[in-house]
Structures are given as C-alpha cells and as structure tokens.
Design a binder for this molecule. Sequence first.
Ligand SMILES: Cc1cc2nc3c(=O)[nH]c(=O)nc-3n(C[C@H](O)[C@H](O)[C@H](O)COP(=O)(O)OP(=O)(O)OC[C@H]3O[C@@H](n4cnc5c(N)ncnc54)[C@H](O)[C@@H]3O)c2cc1C
Length: 398
Amino acid sequence: MVERDTHYDSVVIGASPTGLFEAAALAETGAKVLVVDQSDRLGGAWTTLDLPGVGTVECGSHYLIDLPNVYSFLEEVLDIRLVLLDPPPQYILPRRVASRLCVDFTQRWGGKISPRVHRGEVSVRSFRNLASPYYRYVRHLLGMDGPPRRPLKYIVGGTSALVGALERFVEQGGFDIELGKRLEDIDLSVLEKTVRCRVGNRVITAGELVISSCTSMPSILIDGKFVDIPGDIIPSVQLHMMVDGAAQRRLTFVQFSGSDHAILASDLTDSCTPPLVPADRRLLSAYVRTDVPHDTATAQAILDDFKRAGLLEREARLCFENWSRFDLPQRSPEELAHIEKLGGGLFRTLFTHSFSMAISRNAPRWTPFLKQRAAKFRNPGDASGQAIAAQDAQYNRV
Ligand SMILES: Cc1cc2nc3c(=O)[nH]c(=O)nc-3n(C[C@H](O)[C@H](O)[C@H](O)COP(=O)(O)OP(=O)(O)OC[C@H]3O[C@@H](n4cnc5c(N)ncnc54)[C@H](O)[C@@H]3O)c2cc1C
C-alpha cells in the first residue's frame, strides 16, 4: 500500500559523511529534512569489507588530505581522534613531475580527480602523462613545493571508528533517514517549485533535492520531459593484499608513480578488526589502473614494485589478495552548476570530489549549526565518550 505524501523541505541523497553533515546543518535551521541511501549502512565511500579468514578491513576512502578545517572539523563535530601518520607519508614521484610547476589539474580533466585511464588501451607512458598533473596537484595540496611539508593525519580506528561516530551523530536526531532504499520516480515541477519522488512505498514531496558529485542519478522528469543528469562514471579499482614476513613498517600512505600498475598505496594494518596476527602480517591496499589484469600476477608485480622502491622487505610474501571495483560519477563544478540550472532551483549540489575537499569547502558553513550538536556529543560519561575510550584502547593495543 502506498502511504500518503510526506513533505520535506530538503531531501539529501546519500548517507555519506557529507550528506549527513548537510542534513544536520539544514535541520538546525528548522528545515524538515530526509536523508535517503540505497545502502543499508552509513558512510558512503567510507566503507569496510569482510574478508574471509581475515576480518573487517577498510575499503574505499582511507586518506585525509590536510586542507583547511578538515581535521579540526572532524574532531570537533564527530569527536573522533586523528593522529599523525607514522611513518610519515611518502611521495615517490618521477623527477620530471617533481621539478615542474604545479598546474591546476582540475582544468585538465574538467575537474575529475582520476586520470581517465579506463578509456581504451593506454600505454605506460601515456598513463604517466595522464597521472602527472594529479601528482603535481597532490604535491601542491600537501605543500611539498615549498617548506614546510604538511603532515598527514588519519582517524584512530579507521573507517569503523568514523562510521561508529556517524551512527552516534545520527542518533542525535533532527532529521529523518531511510537506509536501504533508492530515491525513485523523481519528478520535478519547476513551474510549481516542487519535487515529487518515491522512497520504497512512500511518496515524498520536497522543496529541493541535495545531490553530490558522486550521487548516481537515473534520468528524471523535469516539467514532464525525461532529462539525463550528467556525470561520467569513473571506475576506481582497489586491491587489498595480505602479506606475511614484513616485520618492519615502512609504509603508511604512498603517492606512488614508480609502478606501471598502481597509483596510491596505503598500509591498513592498524584499522583491521580483529587486529592481525602474527605481528609480521600486514594489510596493504593499492589503487590500481583499471586496464591491467586484476589477478595474482598483477598483485605480485605491484608488491615487487613496492620492494624495489624500498617500501617493503624482500622477504614479504603475498598470502591473500582481493580486488574491488567502485563505479561512481565524479562530477566537476561545471557539471554541478549545469545540474542546478536544469533543476531551476530544485536541485542543490555539493562538490564532493574528495572527502577532504568537501569538508574543507563546507565546514565554515556547517560549523555554526553543528557546534550545538557537538556540545551534546561531548557529554562526558555518555555512550559516545565510552566508545571513544574503547577506540583509544584498541589503538594502543595495536
Ligand atoms: C574507491 C574510492 C576511494 C576513495 N578514497 C578517498 C580517500 O581516501 N580520500 C578522499 O578524500 N576521498 C576519497 N575518495 C573520494 C571520496 O570518497 C568521494 O569524493 C566522497 O566520498 C564523495 O562523497 P559523496 O557524499 O558525494 O558520495 P559517497 O561517499 O560516494 O556516498 C554517496 C552515497 O549515496 C548513495 N546513493 C548514491 N546514489 C543514490 C540514489 N540515487 N539513491 C539512494 N542512494 C544513493 C550511495 O549508496 C552512497 O552511500 C574515494 C572514492 C572512491 C570511489
């Protein structure tokens, strides 16, 4: 049975951290807000994977670039702890990249953060040419083109801690949330200034839809005509590798161009639940070119590249590998502006190219509204305080 219409001032698509912060900030202004996510868990691209015989491991996002406001906002609003990466991150970049001036890579790829290596056959040389503006951009963000280098921090307890903090954030209430449901049959009437859509068996009307760079949108009706919402799908391939015999930690996060297969690499050992045993076992993750075979031989070649770069001991052996693929749109600011225009005031968009960019841009707008929530969150002795103590205890054990 279809329920009666419910009206919301804003419907936010996606229960990612960005979507939840936006919803809570809107709710603090007195708006009636609904968050909808097709997934049955919070976090969006901050997600985990259960690997048989290994446990829960991070999958998706796992680095936080130090853009203005990012660390302080997350610590204040979610009451999570961030610590400096140890050992510090490394940037293994070709000399020619390191010596060139930084250009704004967003112009080169129309704002897309990943080089489009998935379109047809790509040679190693053209892959490096494609990737080099990205490496220069990261160097620039990290302040590596002039001293001092900005240290990178990461969340104590990793993605599980972030998602736990989001669950506590949502428990504070203020807005409605529907998980495990897609927003469907979206029908915009620009003339009447209303959005009509369906969530499960509920028909919803709304004053606006909030969508982000990475929200997947079907074609929708605008004033009676089907319109495609622009946003090229950009695939990301992530490889998890369990290695034995790597007693000495040399890698936390690496921006890596010394490999013909991998772009970024991280050590996720500290965020595994339960902690990995024995002590010389490590979980490494790499972002991999989409056009190389996703098989054991490629995983082995990537490990060999790490060894040649001095990131891993020679004795380290691959004992388990897992490949994941994420196909998401990554819309540029221009595409988002176009979508807002299409919606005639009924779409509001959030630029969420990287998590850090999204936080950095929006934190000044969100913070005044979310401070009040944060104060409640900080109440010593409550469930959130105890959860943080448990995170600290786990981190100290690892
Ligand atoms: C594999 C991967 C790794 C990344 N690593 C990093 C990183 O380490 N650091 C970093 O800063 N950035 C990283 N990014 C980029 C960053 O995660 C994204 O830019 C950011 O998470 C985007 O936030 P978002 O809110 O737009 O979307 P997401 O975090 O992707 O969340 C979107 C949510 O919306 C839901 N959804 C989408 N469409 C619909 C719909 N029609 N109906 C209902 N629900 C819907 C999805 O289920 C999802 O939960 C990574 C991205 C990927 C894909």
